[in-house]
Design a protein around this ligand. Structure first.
Ligand code: ATP
Length: 369
């Protein structure tokens, strides 16, 4: 039986009527790391707590290793839920620190020793088992902390913002440690985070949540390259993708090489750009949203046709790059260019989207691809 975690239309409605999780569908394979990512209050923690058995699902099925676990209490599900990586007990050796979570499980001494041995081998701690925490390097301390959360040999790993209380440097190295360890364990792992860098660096796939709904589940790259809707488009990527209201003016017949070009009216201009063939299925003159990432613009002269125009409002240096805030009417846009680009506040500029980097969302905000 595969040790995976599966949510089938899982809903949680609290007593006050609030639907915190709405028909969530998610499948996490053994050895896979899935991050639940979304704004505060979108239902990430509630989803995790339902998998752990700390919260009952109002409807839907939760399966672990193919078994429906809805009726099982938390302790019978044998999941490892980590809220944060705790400091080590300073007076206990590495071996004792690792064994600590097992004392409550009434295992025999031989079983405890065997588990410590396995975890210590995975985490490369064999040489320091008899040291006290103060005799360890930072990396070793982190590995012991990770070891304590995996030693129970659970069916799956659930982490709720485990790194949120750590300082930024420790957080970065801890991410790497966790991923390295999880990759050796062949168990499903679900990590809740509101930090997109954390999700983008740790996850095999990310489930983006909003108002209790899972909006998209995809690899970090696909979320970035093909956001399923305007919410995901605006949520993933910094600075945020420009999402501009437009009207579809018409779509030309495909060229000999198959390229399809569409006309759009936006910001008082008309532009033509290559688009996905499916855009031709939209009605002429329908409302759409055009999505262009800040790094997908290129500048053209202010008088150039087939370009957008805007005024430079604020310039924000970002090291090697420059973030230009642009404004046209009541639309704000963001554009990232090399720091050497000559721009001044108040200047009027022309902008074009680099070929193939323009996203079209229909009137319901769904990506047309
Ligand atoms: P955060 O990142 O802020 O922790 P989250 O995405 O993890 O947010 P949840 O903690 O799952 O969100 O909460 C989802 C919604 O359910 C929120 O509106 C929250 O106020 C509500 N909620 C959570 N627990 C309860 C509860 N026990 N009773 C009533 N409402 C609750």
């Amino acid at each position: 039986m595969t040790a995976n975690v599966e949510l089938v239309d899982v809903t949680k409605q609290f007593g006050n009527g609030l639907v915190a999780v709405d028909k969530a569908r998610l499948s996490v394979a053994a050895g896979e790391v899935v991050c639940l990512l979304g704004p505060s209050g979108c239902g990430k923690t509630t989803t995790l707590r339902m998998i752990a058995g700390l919260e009952h699902a109002t409807s839907g099925d939760i399966l672990i290793g193919g078994q429906r676990v809805n009726p099982l209490p938390a302790r019978a599900r044998n999941v490892a839920m980590t809220f944060q990586f705790y400091a080590l007990y300073p007076s206990l050796t590495v071996e004792e620190n690792l064994a600590y979570p097992l004392y409550a499980e009434r295992l025999s001494k031989t079983d405890i020793a065997a588990r410590v041995k396995r975890v210590s081998a995975v985490l490369d701690l064999d040489g320091v088992l008899h040291r006290l925490p103060y005799q360890l390097g930072e990396g070793e301390k982190q590995r012991v902390a990770v070891g304590r959360s995996i030693i129970r040999e659970p069916t799956c790993f659930l982490f709720d913002e485990p790194l949120s209380r750590l300082d930024i440097q420790l957080r970065q190295s801890m991410r790497t440690q966790i991923i390295e360890v999880l990759s050796k364990l062949d168990k499903p792992a679900v990590i809740v985070t509101h930090d997109q860098i954390e999700a983008l660096t740790m996850a095999d796939r990310i489930a983006v949540m909003n108002f209790g709904k899972i909006e998209q589940v995809a690899s970090p790259h696909s979320l970035f390259a093909q956001p399923a809707n305007v919410f995901v488009a605006g949520f993933i990527g910094t600075p945020q993708m420009n999402l501009i209201k437009a009207v579809l003016g018409g779509v030309d017949a495909p060229a000999a090489d198959g390229t399809v070009r569409a006309k759009f009216r936006l910001l008082g201009e008309e532009i033509t750009a290559p688009v996905k063939a499916k855009v031709a299925e939209l009605a002429r003159d329908c409302a759409v949203t055009i999505g262009i990432r800040p790094r997908s613009f290129e500048f053209v002269g202010p008088e150039m046709a087939n370009a957008l125009h805007a005024k430079v409002d604020i310039l924000e240096p970002m090291g090697a790059e420059l973030l230009a805030h642009l404004v046209e009417g009541d639309t704000d846009m963001r554009c990232v260019v090399p720091h050497t680009t000559k721009l001044r506040v108040g200047q009027r500029i022309g902008l074009r989207c680099k070929p193939g980097q323009l996203h079209v969302f229909d009137a319901n905000g769904i990506l047309v691809e």
